[in-house]
Design a protein around this ligand. Structure first.
Ligand code: AMP
Ligand code: MG
Length: 471
C-alpha cells in the first residue's frame, strides 16, 4: 500500500497540514471489505482494533501525511470566500486496481484551520446516513463518493443534545469542488488557479490537455457530467439538499450526504432539509441550481484569460444536456429503449399523474411494469393505455419490457424512515438495523424474499418529512 499526496504539489494556500485529534475509544462499526480490496487495504492484514485506530485518526496510517483542503463556496446563494475542510482530513491518495486515483478522507476527525466556529467533529447519525446513502447510490449506478469505514470515537459530540461521535472514511475520485476554484479566483491568484486547472485536468480529463483552451474544455466536461448526474439523481427521486458550490464536485461524483433524502410520494416541490426554508434545493429545482452553480465555475475560471463567450457557449448547453439525460433516464424507467423528443408528453404526464395522485415514486414504476403481465382494470387510468401502446411499439414482448423496466427501477432505496430507524438503533448501541439495511441496499433491483418491508412506502406514522445536516 502506497499513499501518495499529489495535492501537496499545489501552492501552499490550497491546503494546511493537520494531524487528526485522537479518539478516546475507537470502535469499528462498519467496514467496506469490497472497497478495501479495491484499494489494496486488505493487504494490511489489520485486526478490527487496528482499523479502528487508523480510521478514527488515532494512529496515522503508514505513509499518510494528512492535510485539510481550502475552498470557498456559494452557500444558499451567498458567497463565502473561505470555507475549507473544517472537519475532514485528506490522508492521501491510493490507486484502485485499474490504476485510478482515489482520495482517502477522514470526516469528523477534529478541528482544522478551517473549522471556524465548528468543533471539527461528526455525530454518529450523519456518519450512518452518509455510509448507507452513498453506498446505496453506488449500487444504483450513480456516480458518488464511497464509504470505507465508520468508527465510533467514544467521544461525546454536542449538537441539539449530546450524541456519540464517529468518523467516516470517505473515498472520492477527488475532493476538488467548484468552491476550490472560487477560493483561488476570489484571491486573484492566477498562478495558483492555473496550477489547479492543470491538476484537475490531469486527474479527471487528461484527454483535454492538448485542446486549444484547456480551461474551457475542462468546464465543458464538468457541465456535461453534472447535467447527467442531476438527471440520475432525479431518476431515483434523490434530493441532495445542499447544492452549495462547495458541495459540487469537478469529478461528477455526488458529494456530501447531509440533509439529503429520497422522496416517497412524488412532488416536484419536495424539500426535506430543515435549513432550506425557501425550497432553493427542492427536487424540481435541482437542474436550475446546478446550471447556476456551473455559472459560478465559469466565473472562477475567467481570470485565466479565455474569452467570456467561450464559457457562455458551453454554459448554455446545460439545460439541453440535462433534458436529454433526464428523458433517457425516464424513458428507460418507462420501458422505452430509446425515448424520443415526442415522448416528452408521455413522460411529463406520468410524472404529473404521480404528483396529482401522490403516488410513491419508486414503487409506481415497478407497479407499472407489472401491468404488462396483468389484465383487468388499469391501475393508472387512461395513461396506462397510452403507455402500453407506446411500449408495445418497440417489437419486444411484454416480459422483456418488464424485465428491462425492473432492471431500471430500484425496488429498494434508502427510505428516510428506514435510515432514521438505523440511526436511532445505532445511537442506542445497536448496529444490527444498520447492517441489515445496508445489506438490502446492496442489491436494489433484485426482489429479496422476506425483505418486503424494506421496499414498502412508510405508513403515515412513519413518514419522515424533515432531515437535518447534523453539523
Ligand atoms: P457542509 O454543510 O457539510 O458541506 O459543510 C459546510 C462547511 O462547514 C464546510 O467548510 C465544513 O467543513 C464546515 N463544517 C461543517 N460541520 C463542521 C463542524 N462540526 N466543525 C467544523 N466545520 C464544520
Ligand atoms: Mg460540504
Amino acid at each position: 500500500m502506497q499513499f501518495e499526496n499529489t495535492y501537496t504539489g499545489l501552492p501552499n494556500s490550497c491546503y494546511s497540514k493537520v494531524d487528526a485529534a485522537p479518539a478516546p475509544r475507537p470502535v469499528l462499526l462498519a467496514w467496506n471489505q469490497e472497497l478495501a480490496e479495491e484499494l489494496g487495504l486488505d493487504r494490511l492484514e489489520a485486526d478490527e482494533n487496528q482499523l479502528a485506530r487508523w480510521f478514527s485518526g488515532n494512529e496515522c496510517l503508514p505513509g499518510s501525511d494528512p492535510i485539510a483542503l481550502a475552498y470557498a463556496g456559494h452557500q444558499f446563494g451567498n458567497f463565502v470566500p473561505q470555507l475549507g475542510d473544517g472537519r475532514a482530513l485528506l490522508l492521501g491518495e491510493l490507486r484502485g486496481r485499474g490504476g485510478q486515483r482515489y482520495d482517502i478522507q477522514l470526516k469528523g476527525s477534529g478541528p482544522t484551520p478551517y473549522s471556524r466556529q465548528g468543533d471539527g467533529l461528526a455525530a454518529l447519525g450523519p456518519v450512518i446516513r452518509e455510509f448507507l446513502v452513498s453506498e446505496a447510490m453506488h449500487r444504483l449506478g450513480i456516480p458518488t463518493t464511497r464509504a470505507l469505514a465508520a468508527v465510533a470515537t467514544g467521544q461525546t459530540v454536542y449538537r441539539e443534545r449530546p450524541l456519540p461521535g464517529a468518523v467516516l472514511t470517505r473515498v472520492a475520485a477527488s475532493h476538488l469542488r467548484v468552491g476550490t476554484f472560487e477560493y483561488l479566483a476570489t484571491r486573484n491568484d492566477k498562478a495558483s488557479l492555473q496550477a489547479l486547472v492543470d491538476f484537475a485536468i490531469e486527474r479527471h480529463h487528461p484527454e483535454v490537455a492538448e485542446e486549444e483552451r484547456p480551461a474551457v474544455a475542462l468546464f465543458r466536461e464538468v457541465v456535461q457530467t453534472q447535467a447527467r448526474l442531476v438527471a440520475q439523481w432525479m431518476s431515483v427521486g434523490f434530493i441532495h439538499g445542499v447544492m452549495n458550490t462547495d458541495n459540487v464536485t469537478i469529478s461528477g461524483q455526488t458529494l456530501d450526504y447531509g440533509p439529503c433524502a429520497f422522496m416517497d410520494s412524488f412532488d416536484y416541490q419536495q424539500v426535506f432539509s430543515s435549513i432550506d426554508r425557501m425550497g432553493r434545493y427542492a427536487y424540481g429545482q435541482q437542474p436550475q441550481i446546478q446550471h447556476w452553480n456551473m455559472a459560478r465555475l465559469a466565473e472562477a475560471l475567467l481570470p485565466l484569460g479565455d474569452p467570456l463567450p467561450a464559457f457562455e457557449e458551453v454554459l448554455s448547453t446545460f439545460p439541453d444536456s440535462f433534458e436529454r439525460a433526464f428523458r433517457a433516464e425516464m424513458g428507460r424507467k418507462l420501458g422505452l429503449a430509446e425515448a424520443r423528443a415526442d415522448d416528452e408528453a408521455l413522460l411529463n404526464d406520468w410524472l404529473q399523474l404521480l404528483q396529482d395522485e401522490q403516488r410513491d415514486f419508486t414503487l409506481s414504476f415497478r407497479q407499472l411494469a407489472d401491468r404488462l403481465e396483468e389484465t383487468g382494470e388499469p391501475l393508472f387510468g387512461e395513461f396506462e393505455t397510452r403507455w402500453r401502446n407506446r411500449v408495445s411499439d418497440q417489437g419486444l414482448d411484454g416480459s422483456t419490457i418488464r424485465a428491462n423496466m425492473n432492471a431500471a427501477n430500484p425496488l429498494y432505496i434508502p427510505r428516510n424512515h428506514q435510515v432514521e430507524r438505523a440511526i436511532e438503533a445505532a445511537v442506542a448501541g445497536d448496529m444490527s438495523v444498520f447492517h441489515e439495511l445496508h445489506e438490502v441496499l446492496q442489491a436494489p433491483y433484485t426482489e429479496q424474499p422476506g425483505r418486503e418491508a424494506y421496499a414498502a412506502a412508510p405508513s403515515p406514522a412513519e413518514v419522515v418529512s424533515a432531515t437535518f445536516c447534523g453539523t
